[in-house]
Each structure stands twice: as C-alpha cells, then as structure tokens.
Design a protein around this ligand. Sequence first.
Ligand SMILES: [Zn+2]
Length: 53
Amino acid sequence: MAKFEEAAARKFRNIFVCRRCKSKIRAPNLKVLAGFISCRKCGSKQLKPKRRK
Ligand SMILES: [Zn+2]
C-alpha cells in the first residue's frame, strides 16, 4: 500500500486551510507551526492542517 500512502502524503502534507476564509495554502509544515505563514487572502494566521474526515 505504498502507493496510497504516497498519494495521501501528497494531498495532505504541507497543505493548510485558513480557518477564516477557507482558502487553501501550501506551505512547509514547520513554518506554519512556527507562525511564519499567514493566509494571503485575509492575513489570518489561524490555519489548520487539511486532514478531514
Ligand atoms: Zn484566510
């Protein structure tokens, strides 16, 4: 099942969703967690990892 894991990683890793305007942002995980990344639409820093279900 290596294929599936790769696909999931590609889809979800480094992708975050703005909590305010729900836009998707692709950014390195560490940078987001450290607070370096903000939404380019609304400027919010409240991002959550895109990992739903
Ligand atoms: Zn936003």
